[in-house]
Design a protein around this ligand. Structure first.
Ligand SMILES: Cc1cc2nc3c(=O)[nH]c(=O)nc-3n(C[C@H](O)[C@H](O)[C@H](O)COP(=O)(O)OP(=O)(O)OC[C@H]3O[C@@H](n4cnc5c(N)ncnc54)[C@H](O)[C@@H]3O)c2cc1C
Length: 386
């Protein structure tokens, strides 16, 4: 008998989908979850904002009602009004999912490497450690090499985070630092974010969009300099590290990988290219997939990405690629000249066209006009060569 659902990859997208499935009236279907990593390490920390409850709010280790932003032209503290900003430790998320799913005997976990996924008529085959299992529907979140053409933008998003403990109180736990551009840009968009758990403990994360591979000491040096020169912290103890490099592109990711196979998570383009945030997009997508299964007995009836917002992402990636130093003034203007509700609904791709026009009028026009010309030309070429 095939499984009803096979979920390949038990990371953010795989476990979110599994949790949404067991939370629905489809909870009794057989589900196989497969990952080659036991997911026992705290390998990453997810932050997200939301103005409504999500399935995982209870797992968050901190919630803030204010954000802090900083750049070379000053600092800004923004009350979040109806939104909250939350942080979930990867290890808490994986453990929570394991505990919740263990209560459902129809959910099976398999520790193994997915070698291949083969589509079929009534079911797809997933080859795990050279053995085949079949599923009526297969959800694939296994990262693959991204194939881009010369009309798309492609960048790598680097993360390097240090969780530190300081000897003296050093952090203001009432606000999370969302973006801090007080670091030399050196030909790439670079910033820090800081999640203060209390006055002496925080996660400080160095983030940059760059195609150049970095050596470990380059991340470490940037973190050391930021802690010493910007935060003025001399004495600290490193308690944990995290990191990763993920591909970013504005080339649309296909959702239908076969009649029976659907991409989810980063593999399904759920990571917003211009910000690197995926957590809430994965939650909405998981909910939409479950709705589609319940209504249509197939998972593919999910909302399509908005062409308008895809264009905005392309413009921002284009600026990041060609004029990365400009990004900080764009984000400074975005947060300074617009209400937080408008900024977050824009980043959530929920704001209307009229709201978008008003917002773009508050941003420096030149980089967008130049990017528009470049992106427009490359799209025209795409049409000509199609
Ligand atoms: C350090 C870091 C910090 C981040 N912080 C944030 C944040 O604050 N907010 C936010 O919204 N996003 C953040 N992101 C981006 C994004 O949310 C994450 O990358 C997210 O984990 C993507 O989810 P996913 O399910 O697509 O991939 P993953 O969570 O990476 O899951 C893929 C799974 O597939 C498994 N796998 C891979 N190959 C195989 C194979 N052959 N066989 C079996 N299993 C396999 C892996 O072990 C993994 O468990 C961050 C990313 C990183 C790297």
């Amino acid at each position: 008998m095939p499984y009803d659902y096979i979920i390949a990859g038990a990371g953010l997208a795989g476990l979110s989908l599994a949790q949404h499935l067991i939370d629905s009236s489809d909870r009794d279907r057989s589900i196989l979850i497969v990952d080659h990593d036991p997911k026992e390490r705290n390998d990453r920390t997810w932050s997200y904002w939301s103005d409504r409850p999500t399935l995982f709010d209870g797992v968050a280790c901190r919630t803030w009602d204010q954000l802090h932003l900083a750049g070379l032209n000053g600092e800004l503290r923004v009350p979040l009004r109806r939104y909250r900003y939350r942080t979930i430790r990867g290890s808490d998320f994986y453990e929570h999912a394991r505990r919740e799913l263990a209560q459902h005997p129809n959910v099976t976990w398999l520790h193994g490497k997915v070698d291949n996924i083969e589509d079929g008529g009534d079911a797809a085959r997933v080859i795990i450690n050279r053995e085949a299992v079949t599923g009526r529907w297969v959800f694939d979140s296994i990262p693959r090499q991204v194939m881009v053409d010369d009309r798309s933008h492609q960048l790598k998003l680097h993360f390097k985070g240090w969780e530190i403990e300081t000897a003296q109180p050093a952090f203001d736990p009432s606000a999370a630092t969302f973006l801090d551009f007080r670091t030399p840009q050196n030909g790439a968009t670079r910033f820090f974010y800081l999640l203060p758990f209390d006055e002496r403990h925080a996660l400080v994360e160095y983030t940059l969009f760059s195609n150049r591979p970095l050596l470990p000491h380059e991340y470490e040096q940037a973190l050391q300099i930021y802690l010493r020169d910007v935060l003025k912290i001399d004495e600290y103890h490193l308690t944990r590290q995290e990191g990763g490099v993920i591909p970013i592109t504005d080339r649309p990711y296909p959702r239908r990988l076969g009649g029976r196979v659907m991409s989810i998570g980063m593999r399904g383009g759920r990571l917003k290219p211009s910000t690197g945030f995926a957590f809430m997009r994965v939650q909405s997508d998981s909910a939409a997939i479950v709705q589609s299964l319940l209504k249509h007995d197939q998972p593919f009836e999910v909302p399509e990405d908005s062409a308008r917002y895809r264009l905005y992402d392309s413009l921002l990636l284009d600026i990041m690629e060609r004029e990365p130093e400009r990004i900080q003034s764009i984000f400074a203007a975005l947060f300074k000249r617009n209400s937080i509700e408008h900024v977050l609904s824009f980043l959530d791709e929920q704001a209307s066209l009229t709201q978008n026009v008003r917002m773009f009028a508050t941003l420096p026009p030149t980089p967008f006009l130049q990017a528009m010309a470049r992106v427009g030309i490359s799209r025209e070429r795409a049409v000509e060569t199609a």
